[in-house]
Design a protein around this ligand. Structure first.
Ligand code: NAD
Length: 445
């Protein structure tokens, strides 16, 4: 999980002197606008006093002295602004002042964007997806708290942040309640791949049910917004293709995947029960298959299996006939979608996935070609309850979040292959395979 903390910090920035001054300036302009303007002479004078940087050195005293409520001046200014808006001849002094006001408004907006930085908590933040989310949020300047029991996560995934003043790592199992102060909670804690969630099915159910109750309880106590990392598995083996959020799913409640699928469905139910009953702000992301660096080498999923087998020159194993389809999104695209969803006003579930669909056979060929072209592709019997088709309908994410995946399959796979190659070359446990994130690398992949 990733948690964003804000409380104490929020107050701290409020008492920060430059911020106080800027807020005062913002307030003055708001009042000024509300009253329809003021005399251009004092405004000109005032703007000049702001200096070449657009005014961050303005003194609070000067603002106090500003004559906002002079009726006569207001009328004069209103008339000049009207001329300006209607394209009539503009007096140069008014045009200049309006320019400066615009400029200041932009600076204030920028400052607001910086100061609303949140303090998120990420449950499962040491896992594959969580660690990329941690990178992105820290690079954006947030304070991030990770809560993880390291069941499938690794300290290694976030070690490049250890010691950073904005980063905190808490070893905690969310099946037990947690008491921290945060603004936003990205609730990602749960094993995600079949071998991991089937290893201890009861614990998987507990993490997604009892653990989710604990996280929603925390959100209720501190007034934080929670994003639940749900899954395309809530659609089961779907009868509708592609899957829109309105589809209720086709899940076997007693099959080997049920501990995960049904537990995630309950997690969604819990989120909306808390929203209704306790007024918690919730967001639900239905995540489709995701791949990228730091994914588990042994998670038994298509991308990791195929890349590993190809890199080791082994046969690439396809379970079943190979005509079943999957669509994979690169992890940075997912992270982008999660952040947009968290900060949106939409509380109903949203699919986050890449609709670029391929058969499993096609994936085997693509990966084989990217790695070495030497491996043989062999077919083995299908696994139980393996979904035959998976493709997200992302119309909602496009319309509501303005989001769609950007990273091309080939580029994403090359990054992943590079990471796996590094993992295979490690000879000692202590050896590192860290691809240090930068905002550039995150945005440009
Ligand atoms: N990766 C995908 O393709 C995918 C697809 C759909 C949904 N999801 C969801 O996204 C989330 C993250 O998935 P991921 O791929 O990063 O998995 P992951 O296994 O790499 O990460 C999960 C993290 O949760 C931690 N965790 C597990 N149980 C916990 C507990 N009881 N208390 C505290 N921490 C606990 C693990 O140690 C790990 O760090 C999961 O909720 C998963 O269900 C992922």
């Amino acid at each position: 999980m990733v948690f964003l903390r804000t409380y104490g910090k929020k107050l701290k920035w409020l008492f920060n002197a430059p911020v106080m001054i800027l807020l005062s300036v913002a307030f003055c302009f708001a009042v000024l606008k509300w009253h329809g303007g003021a005399d251009s002479a004092w405004l000109n004078d005032y703007s000049n006093s702001l200096g070449a940087d657009g005014g961050f050195s303005v003194s609070a005293k000067r603002i106090e002295e500003t004559p906002f409520f002079d009726e006569k001046s207001n009328l004069l200014f209103e008339e000049k602004s009207k001329n300006f808006k209607e394209g009539n001849k503009i007096e140069p002094d008014v045009a200049e002042i309006l320019d400066k006001i615009n400029h200041l408004e932009k600076k204030i907006k920028n400052l607001e964007a910086r100061t609303v930085k949140t303090y998120p908590d990420i449950t499962g933040g040491a896992g594959f997806v969580g660690s990329h989310l941690v990178d992105r949020l820290l690079l954006e300047g947030h304070e991030v708290m990770v809560v993880d029991n390291f069941f499938t996560g690794r300290k290694r995934n976030v070690e490049h942040w250890i010691g950073h003043e904005n980063f905190e790592l808490i070893n905690h199992d969310i099946v037990n309640p947690i008491f921290i102060e945060v603004d936003q909670i990205y609730h990602l804690a749960s094993p995600a791949s079949p071998p991991h969630y089937m290893y201890n099915p009861v614990k998987t159910i507990k993490t997604n049910t009892v653990g989710t109750i604990n996280i929603l309880g925390l959100a209720k106590r501190v007034g934080a917004r929670v994003l639940i990392a749900s899954t395309s598995e809530v659609y089961g083996d779907p009868e509708i293709h592609p899957q829109p959020e309105s589809y209720w799913g086709h899940v076997n409640p007693i099959g080997p995947r049920a501990c995960y699928d049904e537990a995630k469905r309950v997690a969604e139910t819990l989120a909306y029960a808390y929203e209704k009953q306790e007024n918690i702000e919730v967001r639900v992301a239905r995540i489709f298959n995701t791949y990228g660096p730091r994914m588990h080498m042994d998670d038994g999923r298509v991308v990791s299996n195929f890349v590993l087998q190809a890199l080791q020159g082994k046969d690439i194993t396809v379970y079943g006939h190979g005509k079943q389809t999957r669509s994979f999104q690169y992890v940075t695209d997912l992270v982008d979608g999660l952040i947009r969803l968290m900060n949106s006003n939409h509380s109903l579930p949203v699919n986050l996935g890449n609709p670029d669909e391929h058969t499993i056979d096609e994936f085997a060929i693509i990966i084989n070609n990217l790695v070495n072209k030497n491996s043989k592709i062999v077919h083995k019997p299908a696994v139980e309850d393996d979904p035959q088709k998976r493709k997200p309908d992302i119309t909602k994410a496009k319309n509501i979040l303005g989001w769609e995946p950007k990273v091309l399959l080939k580029i994403g796979l090359e990054e992943t292959i590079k990471y796996f190659r590094g993992e295979l070359q490690r000879t000692k446990h202590t050896e590192r395979n860290v691809q240090k994130p930068t905002l550039h690398s995150i945005n440009e992949i």
